[in-house]
Design a protein around this ligand. Structure first.
Ligand SMILES: [Zn+2]
Ligand SMILES: [Zn+2]
Length: 248
C-alpha cells in the first residue's frame, strides 16, 4: 500500500501547508484518512477528489475535518469526465459518540456517514481496520490498518496523550504514524504526545518505521526528530511533510 501525506500540522495550517490528512491507496482503492484544513487542495495534486472511494475520520476536531464540507460540495457540483455523470455516493466513516458531527457526514445523494465502533473491526475495500480509543478531550480513535493481500500494517495514533495500550496496538507495524505535537519535557500530557513517547512506543512495539506528524508550528523540527532518534537509535524516523510518499 502507499501512504501520501497531504497535511501534517497540528491545530492550524501555516506556511501554505495544511493540517492532518493522509491518502492511503492499495489495488486502485483510495482512502482519505482525516480531511484537515487545505487537504482538498493538496489531494488534487495526487488524485481527482471524485475518485476517492472512502473517507475515514479519527475524530471531529476541526484540524481533522475542516475540509469535509468542501469535499461534499466538490462531489455534489463537479461532474465526472466532463459529462453529466455524478460521482458515486462517498462513504465517510466516523464514530457515533457525537451525533451532531456524525450527522453532518451525510449529504443526500453525495456522501453517507457510516458509524464505526472501537470493538468492531471494519473492512473497507482492501483494508482491514481496527480501532483504539485514544486519550483526547473528545472521542478519538487510533487506527490499525492491515492491507489484507499482503499483511502489511499501518498504524496511525490519531490525536492522543501517551497510553501504554499503544504498544500492543502498534505491535510489529510496518509504519507507525504518530501524533508528535510536543518536544521532550511535555510527557504525560492529556492531549498529545512528545518525541520521546512516540519513539518509546515504536521501539517497544518493534515498529519498522516511525513517521512524526501533527507537528508543532513553533520550534526546530530537526530537534524534535533528533529527540526521537536518540530514544530509538535503531529506528528509521521521518518527519511528515507535504507530498511525502511512503511505500508500505
Ligand atoms: Zn489534531
Ligand atoms: Zn484533536
Amino acid at each position: 500500500m502507499q501512504l501520501t501525506v497531504l497535511g501534517y500540522w497540528g491545530g492550524y495550517p501555516t506556511k501554505n501547508e495544511g493540517t492532518s490528512s493522509y491518502l492511503l491507496e492499495s489495488q486502485g482503492f483510495h482512502l482519505l484518512i482525516d480531511a484537515g484544513s487545505a487537504s482538498l487542495i493538496s489531494l488534487e495534486n495526487h488524485l481527482d477528489p471524485l475518485n476517492l472511494d472512502a473517507v475515514l475520520l479519527t475524530h471531529y476536531h476541526q484540524d481533522h475535518i475542516a475540509d469535509v464540507g468542501v469535499l461534499q460540495y466538490t462531489r455534489q457540483l463537479k461532474r465526472m469526465d466532463h459529462d453529466e455523470r455524478r460521482a458515486p455516493i462517498l462513504p465517510i466513516y466516523g464514530h457515533q459518540e457525537d451525533q451532531e458531527n456524525f450527522q453532518r457526514l451525510t449529504m443526500e445523494r453525495v456522501t453517507e456517514g457510516i458509524g464505526y465502533q472501537e470493538e468492531e473491526p471494519l473492512t473497507v475495500g482492501p483494508f482491514g481496520i481496527q480501532f483504539m480509543k485514544t486519550l483526547h478531550p473528545v472521542p478519538c480513535f487510533a487506527l490499525r490498518i492491515t492491507e489484507e493481500s499482503t499483511g502489511k500494517v499501518f498504524v496511525f495514533t490519531a490525536d492522543s496523550g501517551y497510553l501504554p495500550e499503544f504498544i500492543p496496538f502498534s505491535q510489529d507495524a510496518d509504519v507507525l504514524l504518530a501524533d508528535t505535537n510536543f518536544f521532550e519535557g511535555m510527557e504525560n500530557h492529556r492531549v498529545h504526545m512528545t518525541s520521546i513517547e512516540v519513539a518509546r512506543i515504536a521501539k517497544e512495539a518493534n515498529v519498522k518505521k516511525l513517521i512524526l506528524t501533527h507537528l508543532p508550528q513553533e520550534g526546530d523540527l530537526e530537534l524534535l526528530k533528533a529527540q526521537a532518534v536518540n530514544e530509538a537509535p535503531d529506528l528509521p524516523v521521518i518527519l511528515a511533510e507535504k507530498d511525502l510518499v511512503i511505500q508500505i
